[in-house]
Design a binder for this molecule. Structure first.
Ligand SMILES: Cc1cc2nc3c(=O)[nH]c(=O)nc-3n(C[C@H](O)[C@H](O)[C@H](O)COP(=O)(O)OP(=O)(O)OC[C@H]3O[C@@H](n4cnc5c(N)ncnc54)[C@H](O)[C@@H]3O)c2cc1C
Ligand code: FES
Length: 249
């Protein structure tokens, strides 16, 4: 993990309430799919955790939805050419075995962004991606997701692609595709539905959790989640990626 003073290259709106921020670090920083960064915004003492969507050389792109004070300040006050304080790379990221050749990717809401980096990193495998959005106005980064061998865009109201959730679309394809592994990220109810969908199939399923965070480096314990064995894990340091049966959802 490094603390870098990055230079903002672009910070622009790409869909309803969604912005893409690209910054350049002083040097190339290797980042794995599923890893995240902590971005310092304004005078607020706590940085914001945001997944890395794309890392190419020293250029890193993250995408964020406007939520509270931090993300709204980031969107309105941080312009190209300005400096940004960032900690990266953080967390463990997605790891796949060479034998896992057919990969299903299931994302929802802002959970699609770390999965875009997974589509890039595992492009040597056969990938089917099921990506869920609220509606057509929220759909973004389609050109990146089209790197998958099959892409199913889903929307809650049917205004774009499949009408329903990404987990429903995944379930319809599950036995036809028979993936060797599933990678997922999204809101907790979506991950719960996914856990039920893969139960009894024996397919290794890895989920990236998005808990509230304080430090992002394992020191404050704000981000702990409960594990199925009764112990607790730090999402920032032990995760954010866990095997789905390892954690309580
Ligand atoms: C590993 C990880 C990856 C993430 N990746 C993305 C991403 O790619 N795109 C995206 O839009 N969002 C992502 N999030 C959620 C994002 O961190 C929050 O939406 C953001 O921090 C909200 O900050 P705010 O100041 O705008 O909102 P506020 O609600 O004002 O935030 C106040 C505080 O709560 C924390 N917080 C609030 N909501 C969340 C949340 N859902 N998760 C974690 N911390 C939260 C903030 O860090 C801050 O310290 C990710 C979260 C985690 C943990
Ligand atoms: S955010 Fe501090 S320990 Fe995870």
């Amino acid at each position: 993990m490094r603390e870098v003073t990055a230079t903002i290259l672009e910070n622009k709106q790409i869909a309803e309430e969604i912005f893409a921020l690209t910054f350049a670090c002083e040097e190339k920083i290797p980042v794995r799919a599923g890893q995240f960064c902590m971005i310092g915004v304004g005078a607020h003492p706590l940085r914001r955790p945001i997944a890395v969507c794309k890392a190419e050389g020293e250029r890193v792109t993250v995408c964020y939805r406007l939520k509270g004070e931090g993300t709204r300040t980031l969107a309105s006050e941080y312009k190209a050419g300005e400096k940004l304080s960032v900690l990266l790379p953080l967390g463990n990221g997605f790891t796949l075995d060479k034998k896992q050749k057919k990969i299903a990717i299931v994302g929802g809401g802002v959970g699609i962004f770390p999965l875009i980096s997974a589509i890039r990193e595992f492009s040597d495998r056969e990938i089917r991606a099921y990506m869920g959005f609220r509606n057509k106005a929220a759909v973004c980064m389609e050109y990146e997701m089209l790197r998958a061998d099959k892409l199913v865009i889903c929307s809650d109201d049917g205004s774009a692609g499949f009408c329903g959730t990404s987990v429903q679309a995944f379930k319809e394809d599950l036995f036809g595709f028979a993936p060797d592994a599933v990678l997922a990220c999204g809101p907790t109810p979506m991950l719960r539905a996914l856990k039920a969908a893969v139960k009894g199939t024996g397919i290794p399923t890895y989920v990236s959790l998005e808990e509230r965070m304080g430090c992002g480096i394992g020191a404050c314990l704000v981000c702990t989640c409960k594990k199925e064995d009764g112990s607790r894990a730090r999402v920032c340091k032990d995760g954010p990626v866990f095997e789905i049966n390892e954690v309580e959802l």
